[in-house]
Design a protein around this ligand. Sequence first.
Ligand code: HEC
Length: 127
Amino acid sequence: MVKIRPGLLGLCALAALLAACSSQPTLNTDHSPQEAAGQTLFTRHCAACHSLNADTVIVGPPLAGIATQAQQRVVGMDASTYLHQSIMQPSAYLVEGFSDLMPPTLGQVLSPEEVDALVAYMLTLHE
Ligand code: HEC
């Protein structure tokens, strides 16, 4: 699940340029409280189907880089709106090559604050 990049890790340790590494999901230590809450929710409700490793497909598409992809999914829809819709109405847009298997009930299971936290967390997942 954790992608190890010895070269990059070594470079960062050497130069102590932690900021340069913060775009790596697995090395991200600067989450806001909301983003951290979203990460916990993600582990509980989403990680069974969504890997954070770009090369690993479980049931749904991997969400590595979703912050970037979400901007390009639907013309005229920004990343935050797309990610909200992905949780509240998963059938509204289907990622190519995937079936409509995401639970439609997440919008009832999760509070609006929890959905916001999940979206904030996913917006940190750049490639
Ligand atoms: C039972 C498996 C399952 C669970 C649990 C699940 N998903 Fe999904 N998800 C899918 C599938 C399958 C797709 C692809 C079809 C589609 O677009 O709806 C998908 C698509 C997505 C997409 C669109 C990805 C893209 O590349 O555009 C996002 C975002 C997403 N899910 C977020 C979540 C979040 C957040 C949770 C937890 C709250 C979650 N999913 C829980 C199966 C799941």
